[in-house]
Structure formats: C-alpha cells, structure tokens
Design a binder for this molecule. Structure first.
Ligand code: SF4
Length: 346
C-alpha cells in the first residue's frame, strides 16, 4: 500500500481521485471503481503498489508496438485490476479478479522498482511495458519504475485504454516514451457504454492529444468485435479523427476478436471483415495499417509509404528489419518513415 498520486480532498474526509477520467469521489473507507484505490481516513492509497501478477520479457511487437524499437524485447509488468469492465476482456481473470470475487485480498508477487529495472537489464530488454491490465491502475508503481528505468537508458511504454486524465499523462510524460492506445468496437460510444461500462469516450481522444503534445510516440489499436462493434461508418469517423489530429503516419492495428469472458457466444471476427476494414482505413489516409491476432496474414509487414520497399518483415511476434539503414531511412529511396530505432535520453 502506498499513498496515491493525483487526488485531493473535497470536504471533510471525502476525496476525489484525478488519475483516470472516472474521477471517483470517495467517502472515508470507500474503494474506487477500479477496486485498487481506497480512501483511508481522508487519504487516498494505492493498494496494489509493487504487487505484480506478471513480470517477464516479451517481443515488443506483442504490445503491439511495430514502429517503436522494432525487433527488440520489452520487459512487461502488470498488476491486477482495471478501470473498465469489458465484457469481452481476454485477460478478465486478472483485470476483473476483484470484481468477480476471485480474490478476497490484493493479489500479486511483491517487487521493488529496482528489481524490475535489474530484471529488464538482465534480459537485455530495451524497454519496460506496463501492460496486460490498465497501467493507470498501478500508476504509482509504474511511475517509480519508469523514473528509475530512464537512469539506465531503458524506455517506458504504456499499453492503455487511454482513459486517464491529462494530469496523469503530464505527470508521467517525462519518463514515458511510447504508448499503445487501445480502442474497442470501432470507438462506438454505445458499444463502450454497453460492453465496457464507460460513460464517455472523449477522454480517450483528449489523452491522445495530450500524448502528442508531450511527444510520446503513439500507436493505436482497435478491437473489431463482430456484429456489435464493427460498423464501417464508426471506423471511418475514428480514422478521420486520427488523420486530422495526429496525422496519417500513426501506426494503426485492427485486432481480431476472439470469444472471451461474457462474450463467449460470438464468433471470432471474420478475416474478410478485417481485410475490408483495413482497406477502408488505408483509403481514409492512414499509411501504416496492420491486422493483429492473425499470424501469417499479409498485413503484418511495414512497407515504405513512398516507394513500397519492404522495411520490416513480421510473422506473429517475430520481426526483422530488412529495408532500413542505421538512421532509420528506407534503404531504397531514402524516405524517413515514422519508426523509432533508438530512443534519445536526456
Ligand atoms: S483510478 Fe479511476 S477508477 Fe480508480 S479510483 Fe481513480 S478515478 Fe476511480
């Protein structure tokens, strides 16, 4: 347990949490919507500080980050809990562990920030990813690890639903180098309300703008859920917003849905549907469009947007840089694609 960041007293012993866009107002003794932050006598505490349910190396492509330190490993950590309630969550046993009553107390193995940084170095990883569940719900630990990591020239990446406050992004921006922001159901508001219990999605767009302002490298994913979250008009609206606000070089991943948790009755997203949506996304102007969760599909590689040269070859989580020079330029036409090969530490 650790005193939380980003909250303030409202009146008496009541506090407001300003970490995620839910902005829970908590009476003394009350838990937040995420069930891992608690008001104890007028002070907000993070209950899961340093308690990890995952800590190990992953290919960075698994996040997915395709354009940030490609073909490297990222040490991945997670704590249990979430500020969303997605009925389709593939990690629901850890994200919804408290909501589902699968644990009566905070779960996880105890780690210190130093241990995480030491393990990252031991495995030869260039980055640490805060992933599997929502990093916002273990923000204090992520912050302490990230701060220590940059001292060792290790990059930090969030895999996030984007539902954090601009203040949270501002707080960690100095140590955060990249983020995968994860949309669901083609960013349809009714979908979010019904299947994730999220009242409003504007905070996700606000987070993206804040990340851009703070020069955090962004990749975007979108989980395509058949029948209930796969409308073409929603996707066009989302892609238009990305092109207009972030530019057309943002890597965009269309993810295949597989039946999980409370949506086990649905079929996986048809491949033809994903291919059609990928074509629409490209026609709407995005230069780097990928299909995820379908190993071997012809939408994993990165090609030069100028001359079509193969830059990075991928299959599943395996990847190989084949068409970039040391400065990250296309070795055929000299074009500089939006790919980070090396992080500059201040
Ligand atoms: S992190 Fe979000 S869900 Fe959790 S207490 Fe704070 S505002 Fe509520």
């Amino acid at each position: 347990m650790k005193k939380a960041m980003l909250w303030k007293k409202v009146e008496g012993k009541k506090v407001i949490c300003n970490l995620c866009a839910r902005k829970c107002i908590l009476d003394n003794g009350q838990l937040g919507f995420c069930l891992v932050r608690k008001n104890i006598n007028g002070t907000l505490y993070s209950l899961n500080y340093g308690k990890l349910i995952a800590a190990g190396p992953d290919p960075i492509e698994k996040k997915p980050l395709y354009h940030f330190l490609p073909a490297s490993c990222s040490f991945s950590i997670a704590s249990a809990g979430c500020n969303f309630r997605c009925a389709f969550c593939q990690n629901w046993e850890i994200s919804q562990v408290y909501r589902e009553g699968l644990a009566s107390e905070i779960v996880g193995e105890e780690y210190t920030p130093k241990q995480i940084v030491d393990l990252t170095l031991k495995f030869g990883c260039k980055a640490i990813s805060y992933t599997y569940t929502e990093p916002t719900i273990f923000f204090e630990f992520a912050y302490d690890v990230a701060k220590l990591a940059v001292k060792k020239k290790i990059a930090n990446t969030f895999v996030t639903n984007g539902y954090m406050t601009p203040e949270a992004i501002k707080k960690i921006a100095k140590y955060l180098h990249a983020a995968t922001v994860d949309f669901k159901g083609n960013a349809n508001l009714d979908f979010y309300r019904k299947f994730s219990l999220v009242p409003d999605i504007q905070p996700i767009f606000d987070s993206l703008l804040e990340m851009k302002k703070r020069k955090i490298f962004i990749e975007i994913t979108n989980l395509v859920v058949p029948k209930v979250g796969d409308k073409e008009k929603d996707l066009k609206k989302l892609v238009k917003w990305i092109v207009d606000n972030l530019g057309n070089d943002i890597p965009f991943h269309l993810l295949r849905f597989f039946p999980h948790y409370k949506m086990s009755n649905l079929e996986p997203t048809p491949i033809e549907k994903l291919l059609k949506l990928a074509k629409i996304t490209e026609e709407e102007g995005l230069n780097y469009v990928y299909i995820g969760n379908v190993p071997g599909i012809d939408k994993e590689n990165t090609y030069c947007p100028k001359c079509g040269n193969l830059l990075i070859e991928r299959s599943g989580f395996y990847s190989r840089i084949v068409g970039l020079d040391k400065k990250g330029r296309c070795n055929k036409c000299g074009y500089k694609p939006n790919i980070v090969l090396k992080v500059k530490f201040k």
